[in-house]
Write a protein that binds this ligand. Structure first.
Ligand code: 8DG
Ligand code: MG
Ligand code: MG
Length: 144
């Protein structure tokens, strides 16, 4: 029954890099509630990945980005959640347009708050798609 069969959706999420840190927020959601996750959300019709990342970061934190680059894509199936869902998740990285900008929690119904976390000392628990990447040895920082 097509009306009851859910479809995979595209999500775009952002490693916002600042020195050795990334921006994470603790989710308030039926999917991954209370876990630490990247800023991001659903790709809208007609949008580029870069536009989506910039829009979601602005909506969620008020901040603006520079130098957005595509990193990788993962397939994330959440069958155990109250509302089963499937995301093709596109990961980008960027830096702040103004390094002095501070994150505001502009969607407090979806997030307990944003903060910078040292990549070598990430908080727990991480949202499962991010946790899998970290455990596989993925590193979002450019090699210099
Ligand atoms: P929107 O209505 O603003 O478009 O969406 P949102 O409310 O911001 O959605 P979201 O849950 O933040 O992101 C959409 C999906 O993206 C989420 O349900 C699962 C997937 N996703 C991952 N990894 C991550 C991640 O690290 N952070 C976020 N925010 N979403 C992620 O697979
Ligand atoms: Mg959003
Ligand atoms: Mg979001």
């Amino acid at each position: 029954n097509a009306a009851e069969t859910p479809s995979p959706r595209v999500a775009v999420v952002l490693f916002l890099l600042k020195d050795k840190c990334v921006l994470l927020g603790r989710r308030r959601s039926s999917v991954g509630n209370s876990t630490f996750a990247l800023p991001g959300g659903h790709l809208e019709f007609g949008e580029s990945f870069e536009e989506c990342a910039a829009r979601e970061l602005k909506e969620e934190t008020g901040m603006e980005i520079n130098k957005t680059e595509l990193l990788t894509v993962t397939n994330n199936v959440f069958l155990e959640e109250p509302k089963p869902c499937h995301y093709v998740t596109v990961f980008l990285r960027a830096t702040l347009a103004d390094p002095e900008q501070m994150p505001q929690n502009l969607e407090p119904e979806k997030c307990y708050g944003w903060d910078w976390y040292d990549w070598d000392n990430l908080p727990n628990p991480l949202f499962l798609p991010l946790d899998k990447m970290v455990k596989s040895g993925f590193n979002p920082f450019p090699i210099d």
